[in-house]
Design a protein around this ligand. Sequence first.
Ligand SMILES: C[C@](O)(CO)[C@H](O)COP(=O)(O)OP(=O)(O)OC[C@H]1O[C@@H](n2ccc(N)nc2=O)[C@H](O)[C@@H]1O
Ligand SMILES: Nc1ncnc2c1ncn2[C@@H]1O[C@H](COP(=O)(O)OP(=O)(O)OP(=O)(O)O)[C@@H](O)[C@H]1O
Length: 352
Amino acid sequence: MIDDTRPRESPVISTNGSPQLLPIDAIARTRAPAKLNLFLELVNRRDDGFHNIDTVMVPIDWCDQLQVTRSVDPGVRLSLDWLPSREIVAQRLQIENDPQREASMLSIPTDKTNLVTRALMRVAEVFELETGFDCKLLKTIPAGAGMGGASSDAASAIACAAKLISVSPRHPALIEVAAEIGSDVPFFLGLGSEPMSAIRATGRGENLAPVAMGGRLDFVVIYPSVSLSTAKVYAASQVPADPRNAADLVLSLANANHEAIEESMMNRLSHPARILAPQIDEIIESVWRAGCRTCQLTGSGSACFALVRSPVEARRLAKKLRASLRETAHPGGGAIVAATRTTRVPAIVSIH
Ligand SMILES: C[C@](O)(CO)[C@H](O)COP(=O)(O)OP(=O)(O)OC[C@H]1O[C@@H](n2ccc(N)nc2=O)[C@H](O)[C@@H]1O
Ligand SMILES: Nc1ncnc2c1ncn2[C@@H]1O[C@H](COP(=O)(O)OP(=O)(O)OP(=O)(O)O)[C@@H](O)[C@H]1O
């Protein structure tokens, strides 16, 4: 049976106030999309160490896969692997002969520091569940890429759990859990969005407003062989004296005006990210050499993206880039290049 996570009017809560659980053998499956920040400005630094930001994000169809089942045993167990396989991802990044870098980039924790586990533990706590969850996460979204992979996985876990316990994913307790887990999690849960819209996030990133889009956008995303810590990039950033705002981009997205979109895209975290990871400059140069002038960092990096006019152009540029990056590659200097398009959040959850 295929169903989706669009909110129902009210949560399905039994008369005694506890959620009605689906049978223990029910399996919830979903895809967790990555995101790109088309615009990211730092407005000011807050007393709690975070920054108020003005950002416009779009979900893209570069996805992790998540499966969640309820288990009789309390607690959360997570198994994780890379698609198509850890070895192939390591080869693409040219880190297969460097065990230290391979481990630092591809060993994602499966303990309670994984955002999937953290999110599900909080859901079990908040709804006082006596049962637990077993999960299987298949990663394709690189970590430390600024593509929001961990946040999206957490949002997907919340959406799957909501389905398994028959609670709306917009239940206030789940919204609270999402915001607590990370700044980008509410966005991936589809809060503040409309199908196929972009989202403008302000405050710490938790105030969400839909941004109309005149059409789907196509991108080539390039992940250089380096992970960046979001906290370190923010720590090395500088708030400008006169911050820009996303109004021009919002207008150009509504009009689907590609030139205007290109002109109004920016990311204030580019400068600190490029200093922390010089590989980003190599990627931007390769994109320029391939004839595309719009390459920009997403989030806190290290992934970059180029906006293109069509899926055909995206595939053509991706192919050209893969070839040129192979030619100029040095040991440890690989990259993952993908042609991708905007998609919708929340992702659809199917029950089996
Ligand atoms: C770069 C973005 O991805 C843009 O969408 C987000 O701002 C980051 O979102 P996230 O990865 O969910 O980040 P969080 O886990 O909430 O924060 C990680 C760290 O980044 C810094 N941080 C994060 C968000 C924010 N608005 N200001 C910050 O200064 C803080 O030091 C924080 O401890
Ligand atoms: N489910 C998960 N997938 C990937 N990394 C995870 C996950 N849970 C926890 N982590 C930890 O979070 C770190 C970074 O996560 P993530 O990839 O989302 O950051 P990012 O690429 O900087 O994205 P963003 O800053 O846009 O949220 C990883 O290094 C990893 O140790």
